[in-house]
Design a protein around this ligand. Structure first.
Ligand code: KIV
Ligand code: ZN
Length: 506
């Protein structure tokens, strides 16, 4: 499917490189602190998906940060490894000592930041800029220079700063919208001017205080920026930075500009960072959110079943970003979606039976309850008066051991396809151990893809509702749920339901 031509401006490049700062600005998100191992895994993932440069950290900020940046450089990844430094010899030396490919040096240039933080005159900032960049270039081939708070800097002075940086040997100049206050049209005007008046490639770094980080980044690309700074899931200081997945997909799909990023791994990358950061991806998050390719309403589902591009962008498909399309069951569901979902698992109700199934689904959904695949098959069974398959797994016993000095372990006893099995597994916590134990006794290879827990009432005795999605060996995904006042047992119930649902669907 070809997209609409959104853009014809000739200032844009044919290729725009991606500079990821998840491990530096991203880690400055309040509440996020990645472990050393997590940072290594994130760096490997970013390199594997083709990110041009990774800002691995701010080496002068701590001994641990310096060690991490050094270790990431030693991984010998395809991406260039960059370390951040203030405009001091000490910071730069610490970054260089990590062996980085590129030093990213910054200095505040707006009056408000210059006067209140470093307390230097405009002239002194120009001198420091020239000296520090010359120093970096004597020791490194690559130097990125950032005029911090560029968008709030007097633009004539900003041009002078960038010219000084370029003359001193900066290999790329970065235009940070540090407090996220520029508008897309102002960003376009600013980058157009820098592009015309300064002889150096331009990079942009946008914050999301007004929700404009991605739009401003794209405006900069329209005006000729050759590199964009992003973070996975848009994490970063305050409201965060421009989101990697959104920025890449807009540049590639709408503007047809290459970024070198493997788009098919965007969802996987987003989920990895969500897991490590502890920040859930909202279902409505563009590109990677759970709802992006989900269709509930009858009209939409009907259209999508005929041609997915009726109610999807078309220039961005689930396959392109490593996502999946789903028809979901809710109060707006229509008979076409229900019929298709049942047909997928070889259940073929008559027309009046479909009407009855749809009615029941709507009744449950109207009570505010999510209707899972497992619920749908059960409704179909009762309406059609059939029993599709005996339980694959009939759980008899489960015991869980956890504490601050033991590895969480779960042991299950279950009748699987008529034969008794006992199995134990460990996990990161009691729920993980229990899920691993159930997966260990299932006859086919299944993988837990999603796990959501909702507390239904307030206190520590709250009722909880666990909804999971499990993938079978053919890549099909099924959801199921479990509820009760015990998180572990509710999760186990959801997993057993999922396993039996998958078996029904065979
Ligand atoms: O937001 C900002 O200005 C920064 C700089 C260090 C580039 O993060
Ligand atoms: Zn920033």
């Amino acid at each position: 499917m070809r997209g609409i031509v959104f853009f014809t401006d000739s200032a844009a490049r044919e290729e725009v490189t991606v500079f990821d700062t998840t491990l530096r600005d991203g880690e400055q998100t309040p509440g996020i602190a990645f472990t050393f191992e997590q940072k290594i895994e994130i760096a490997r993932q970013l390199s594997a998906i083709g990110v041009h440069a990774i800002e691995a950290g701010f080496p002068a900020s701590s001994k641990a940060e310096k060690e991490t940046v050094t270790a990431i450089k030693k991984l010998d990844l395809d991406s260039k490894i960059c370390g951040l430094a203030r405009s001091t010899k000490g910071d730069v030396d610490t970054a260089l000592a990590c062996g980085v490919d590129m030093v990213h040096v910054f200095i505040p240039t707006s009056d408000i930041q210059r006067e209140n933080t470093i307390k230097k005159s405009r002239k002194e900032v120009l001198e420091i800029t020239a000296d520090i960049i010359s120093y970096i270039r004597r020791h490194s081939d690559l130097c990125m220079f950032s005029a911090m708070d560029a968008t709030r800097t007097d633009w004539d002075y900003l041009i002078e700063v960038f010219r000084t940086a370029a003359d001193a040997g900066a290999t790329i100049i970065n235009v940070p919208d540090t407090v996220g206050v520029v508008s897309p049209s102002a960003m376009k005007t600013l980058i157009t001017r820098i592009n015309r008046e300064v002889n150096c490639p331009i990079d942009v770094h946008c914050h999301n205080d007004f929700g404009l980080a991605v739009a401003n980044t794209i405006a900069a690309v329209e005006a000729g920026a050759s590199q964009v700074q992003v973070t996975v899931n848009g994490i970063g200081e305050r409201a965060g930075n421009a989101d990697l997945a959104q920025t890449v997909m807009i540049i590639e799909s709408m503007y047809r500009i290459r970024t070198g990023v493997v788009k098919e791994r965007l969802v996987e990358t987003s989920r990895l960072v969500s897991r490590f950061s502890g920040i859930a991806i909202p279902p409505t998050q563009p590109v990677v959110g759970e709802n992006v390719f989900s269709h509930e309403s009858g009209i939409h589902a009907h259209g999508v079943l005929k041609n997915a591009a009726t109610f999807e962008p078309g220039i961005m498909t689930p396959e392109m970003v490593g996502h999946r399309r789903r028809l979901t069951l809710g109060k707006h569901v229509g008979r076409h979606a229900v019929q298709q979902m049942l047909k997928d698992v070889h259940i073929e109700p008559s027309d009046p039976q479909i009407d009855a199934i749809v009615e029941k689904v709507k009744t449950i959904a109207n009570r505010g309850k999510r209707v899972t695949d497992a619920d749908l098959y059960e409704i179909a069974e009762s309406v059609m008066g059939i029993e599709l398959n005996h339980k694959t797994v009939d759980l008899r016993d489960i015991a869980i051991m956890t504490g601050n000095h033991v590895i969480p372990t779960a042991s299950v006893k279950a009748v699987v396809n008529g034969k008794e099995h006992i199995h134990s597994a460990v996990g990161n916590g009691p729920v993980d151990a229990a899920m691993n134990a159930i997966l260990g006794i299932t006859p086919t290879k299944l993988a837990l893809k999603e796990f959501n827990i909702e507390a239904i009432s307030g206190g520590s005795d709250a009722m909880c509702h666990v909804t999971i999605a499990v993938e079978d060996e053919h890549g099909r995904i099924f959801d199921a749920s479990g509820s009760g006042d015990d998180i572990v047992l509710s999760s186990v119930e959801a997993m057993v339901n999922a396993v039996n649902t998958i078996n029904r669907a065979r």
